[in-house]
Design a protein around this ligand. Structure first.
Ligand code: 4SX
Ligand code: FE2
Length: 346
């Protein structure tokens, strides 16, 4: 097998938005992203901890879609490995000279076997360090990009492709027959990428890390105060999978964003995967709150190397939403077994 590139982490994503001013208001003024660069057609944003040029590129365009998902690789040699790896798979690849993606060294851009546009880069400009500029923080006080969640018609196929790229498995949702969802990592957290079974390729959401559960709650309070509560799609709550505290929001174009905090360390070489039953009502919300059906079914279409929207293939396996207990399909609590009254103390 061809050696895969040494991927460090999920680093940036690019979204096409239909109104850059509406998107700026949402991502910068409300969520509190930092602007690294902007012009009339694009915005380059990062979290307060981020020391590369950007975590998110917003570009204005005629139709909402997701562009490339960016992985940082360890060195320049890994760019050559990425090219060779995808060429051996028969995938289209491009080399973009340094600066083609603003603030970023050379990029290898590929159409991956799942149908997503993926960027690999090894170097980036270092912007001003803002971690301790508490005076500037707003909104959810987003720290950095944490993960991509993608909709794929065939979850086992996505799992085996990302395994071949050297990703570790942290958690799954499954039953005896079907792998419904999986979480995989390169950095030492629960994930850099996760798969939701559904029509694909589509981007399900971008997960951004915040340091405090309080940031998640504060974001919800801010949206309520501004009568923007309809942006809140799911949560706030505690995930079963990952143990993170979360909320999902929808941006003005419907792109889904998760504010995510306090998952756990996965860096030991023998890190054991946690496997959840699809019938466990705590798996997606540890408190058993129902997952709204739109969360399972709606997602952003993705672009190909020519900038065209990728056609979507229907789910090729049983849909989790039709089997899983999610609060609304949860079995009633087990009856308390009858027992004899405790014997009086002697
Ligand atoms: O809904 S899940 O609890 O399975 C979940 C969803 C866990 C972690 C995530 O990042 C996520 O998006
Ligand atoms: Fe997530």
């Amino acid at each position: 097998m061809v050696t895969p590139p040494d991927i460090v982490r999920a680093a940036y994503a690019s979204l096409v938005v239909t109104s850059l001013s509406a998107a700026r208001h949402f991502w910068v003024d409300l969520l509190g992203f930092v602007v690294t660069y902007e012009d009339a057609r694009s915005l380059y944003l990062r979290g307060y901890d981020e020391l590369t040029h950007h975590n998110l590129i917003l570009r204005s365009g005629p139709e909402a879609a997701a562009g490339a998902l960016g992985f940082r690789v360890r060195s320049g040699d890994d760019l050559a490995r990425a090219s060779a790896f995808y060429q051996a798979l028969g995938c289209r690849t491009e080399r973009l000279p340094a600066g083609t993606v603003r603030g970023t060294g050379e990029v290898v851009r590929v159409e991956d076997p799942l149908g997503f546009l993926i960027d690999f880069f090894a170097s980036s400009a270092h912007p001003q360090r803002l971690q301790q500029r508490y005076d500037l923080r707003r909104g959810a006080e987003v720290a950095r990009l944490d993960h991509f969640n993608i909709c794929v018609p065939d979850v086992p196929a996505a799992y085996s492709y990302y395994s071949s790229l050297g990703f570790g498995l942290s958690e799954t949702i499954e039953d005896g027959q079907t792998l419904y969802a999986a979480w995989m990592y390169r950095k030492q957290t629960v994930h850099d990428v996760a798969f939701t079974g559904g029509a694909g390729p589509r981007l399900h959401h971008l997960g951004f890390f915040a340091h405090e559960p309080h940031s998640v709650l504060r974001m919800c309070d801010i949206l309520g105060s501004l009568s923007r509560q309809s942006c809140i799609e799911r949560g706030p709550g505690r995930h079963g999978v990952s143990n993170a505290f979360y909320v999902y929001l929808r941006d003005p174009d419907g792109h889904r964003v998760e504010i995510y905090t306090s998952d756990y360390y996965t860096g030991d070489p023998d890190h054991p995967a946690l496997r959840w039953s699809v019938h466990d009502p705590r798996r997606r919300d540890f408190w058993g709150n129902a997952v709204i059906p739109s969360w399972y079914t709606q997602a952003s279409v993705v672009l190909d190397l020519d900038g065209a929207v990728r056609p979507v293939t229907d789910i090729a396996q049983t849909a989790e939403v039709t089997v899983g207990a999610d609060g609304f399909t949860a079995p009633p609590p087990a009856p308390v077994p009858p027992s004899a009254p405790p014997a009086p103390p002697r």
